[in-house]
Design a protein around this ligand. Structure first.
Ligand SMILES: [Zn+2]
Length: 333
């Protein structure tokens, strides 16, 4: 089996490099994903979660050692934070997400009425009418990208220390885009490393992680391509923003063919925000300049689905080299 020329990385899996067939149906049939009645929302098997856990530990191992960036200085030790699936609505509003991606946001609404309102609610439910109109916005919004809640936390601490900061984040994210592509879930887990500091530090971090990401995916024997990409900005203005993003290569994606080779799936992304979040939250470097930030994100479900697609549903039969990377504690000496 040979990979299409477009993709790099060795392809030795049991599944062809050009995926075919309805992958979602295959995942259901194998019991890897279990339908929950909504496209993009699935329960996951023990085997699936074992791979997610192994990837999570692998990413931690890759991100742990203090390494020397292109500027010759070593990176700060990552600070670990794990987030609940929701964030504060007022912080969400300040991120500008509703102007850029209103179609993807998920806000939490609740019943806040009295007993009379409850009786009306019951009547609406009984008559199968629209009962949701009476729901009120709560202070919670589902997290659309793992790093969003981090910037105000860091700004609250004051000026960045010399050398800046690195944060290791994990969160369950939500995007309202129901799809039959198993890689496009509505709720999914993201690991991220976020770098905050001077331009040179942020640049070196992104370049370094691009190399680490390539070598990680190569070691997992998955074919991939790295492309400049854009976020799914809404509307006509959004299309201009997306074009600018690609032109400046602010977003790079490591894409792996999972559903199809024609439209490979972004499994890792490397995002340079320039000083957008620094300016929004008043985050400054030790020199007093507005901080620049970047993040590297790992789509945990997408990487897992890529591994199942290329190496088969039974992890026991995966290539020994791949198993040794994911489960080094079980590796033969
Ligand atoms: Zn991010």
């Amino acid at each position: 089996v040979t990979a299409p020329a477009r993709f790099s990385g060795p392809v030795t899996g049991v599944v062809e490099a050009t995926p075919s067939g309805d992958y979602l149906q295959q995942l259901f049939a194998a019991g890897v994903l279990i339908p929950l009645g909504v496209d993009g929302l699935y329960a996951r098997s023990g085997g699936f979660e074992a791979v997610v856990d192994a990837l999570d530990r692998l990413i931690t191992r890759i991100g742990r050692p203090a390494w020397v960036g292109a500027d010759g200085r070593s990176e700060p030790e990552p600070e670990v934070m794990r987030l609940p699936p929701a964030m504060s609505r007022s912080i969400f509003e300040r991120t500008g997400y509703m102007s850029a991606f209103p179609q993807l946001a998920g806000t939490v609404h609740c019943f806040c009425g009295d007993e009379r309102a409850h009786r009306e609610l019951l009547e609406l439910l009984e008559s199968k009418s629209d009962w949701a109109a009476g729901q009120t916005t709560s202070e919670l919004v589902l997290i659309p990208a793992a790093c969003y809640p981090i910037y105000p936390i860091m700004a609250e601490r004051g000026t960045l220390p010399p050398g800046g900061r690195v944060v290791d984040i994990g969160a369950t994210c939500f995007r309202h885009e129901p799809s039959r592509e198993p890689t496009r879930m509505q709720m999914f887990r993201m690991r991220e490393y976020v770098r905050m500091g001077e331009v040179a530090e942020v640049d070196a971090f992104r370049a370094g992680w691009l190399e680490r990401g390539r070598s990680m995916v190569t070691s997992l024997r998955l074919p991939f391509v790295v492309e400049a990409a854009s976020d799914p900005f809404f509307g006509r203005t959004g299309r201009l923003m997306a074009a600018g993003q690609i032109e400046q290569a602010l977003k790079l994606e490591l894409q792996i063919p999972v559903n199809s080779s024609d439209a490979p799936t972004a499994c890792l992304s490397f995002n340079y925000h320039q000083d957008k979040f620094g300016a929004t939250w008043g985050l400054r470097t030790s020199n007093g300049a507005v901080a620049h930030t970047c993040c590297v994100g790992f789509g945990m479900e997408r990487l897992t689905l890529a591994l199942f697609r290329h190496h088969g549903f039974d992890t026991a039969t995966w290539p020994a080299g791949v198993r040794d990377i994911l489960w080094p504690e079980q590796a033969s000496p």
